[in-house]
Design a protein around this ligand. Structure first.
Ligand SMILES: Nc1ncnc2c1ncn2[C@@H]1O[C@H](COP(=O)(O)OP(=O)(O)O)[C@@H](O)[C@H]1O
Ligand SMILES: [Mg+2]
Length: 285
């Protein structure tokens, strides 16, 4: 297969068009994204779009958590880890990422850097979680659910500077799933159609519905439309681009081939990412 150019995770990610038909891109590096909305709002579709960009970015690594398995399943071959409906596996993976984050901070401190840069040896890691609620409110018991939430919060809060990019989707944007303090840590927030103004405010931030910005006004037939807000900015109406299953399959196969080729080349030109693999750790005895 002839190999074409790849993308970079340091590039802005194309996500769709605005009301005027202009392209909308979101820089993801040093940022996190929260995607909320009712079932069928287009959350998983947007997640797939972002993961597609990350998969084609040979400078990024992927960590996928998907309780339903099929939403992100096509990217499995491009990912360091794929977590299905297994809360223990999810917790071990987040613990591994937490250790990686601490090690990377030690490295940055030693070299006097404040954040990772494209010329650093370790690659940004995109952690995509579809349906946070499965791991934080459905599976396991209260203790493990809280453990999952605390780990995720730590990654969202501290991971940005070391290139850990958390993208999380949830269909129940209620405050028990996403406490306000956690929501405010997400630099990008996308609210697909929500059933109430309150749910919309939970994703976008308090008070936006009163000011005329509610994802409740989006038609249930307009899947993929939603309000996008950046830290400190105004909401913006966006219609996300859509990748059909066949598109995802093609992109995933191509990305997997590029990644294999890149790993082979890298092995001969520069050392591997010193962070080591985000592989599954054996279960604690
Ligand atoms: N941007 C989009 N453009 C057109 N159709 C979309 C778009 N996003 C989602 N859809 C349609 O909506 C359906 C449900 O989307 P999905 O992402 O699975 O919703 P959710 O994860 O929010 O439950 C998809 O199967 C697709 O047919
Ligand atoms: Mg979904």
């Amino acid at each position: 297969m002839p190999l074409g150019p790849a993308l970079s995770i340091y590039d802005p990610v194309f996500i769709g068009i605005d009301e005027f038909g202009h392209r909308v891109t979101v820089p993801l590096i040093y940022r996190n994204m929260l995607i909320g909305g009712e079932p069928g709002a287009g959350k998983s579709a947007l997640l797939n779009l972002l993961v597609a960009h990350a998969a084609l970015s040979l400078d990024a690594r992927l960590c996928l958590l998907d309780g339903k398995r099929v939403e992100l399943g096509q990217w499995r071959r491009c990912a360091d880890v794929f977590v299905g409906p297994d809360q223990g596996h999810a917790i071990r993976t987040l613990q591994r990422l937490q250790t990686m984050m601490d090690n990377r901070y030690a490295f940055l401190e030693w070299f006097g850097h404040r954040k990772v840069a494209p010329d650093h040896e370790f690659s940004p890691v995109v952690v995509a979680v579809d349906e946070i609620a499965y791991f934080s409110a459905t599976a396991g018991d209260k203790k493990t659910q809280e453990q999952f939430s605390a780990l995720l919060r730590d990654l969202v809060a501290r991971g940005r500077a070391v290139g850990i990019i958390v993208i999380a989707a949830t269909q129940r944007p209620s405050s028990d799933i996403i406490p306000t303090s956690l929501r405010d840590l997400f630099a990008w927030r996308f609210a697909g159609r929500c059933t109430t103004d309150v749910s919309s405010d939970i994703v976008l931030g308090h008070g936006w519905a009163n000011r005329g910005w509610s994802a409740n006004t989006i038609s249930p037939n307009n899947q993929g439309a939603g309000l996008l807000i950046a830290e400190g900015g105004m909401p913006q109406l966006v219609k996300t681009a859509y990748l059909a299953d066949a598109d995802c399959a093609r992109i995933a196969a191509y990305a997997a081939t590029l990644r294999t080729a890149a790993t082979r080349t890298r092995r001969t030109t520069r050392p591997a990412d010193p962070s080591g693999p985000v592989a599954d750790l054996p279960a604690a005895a």
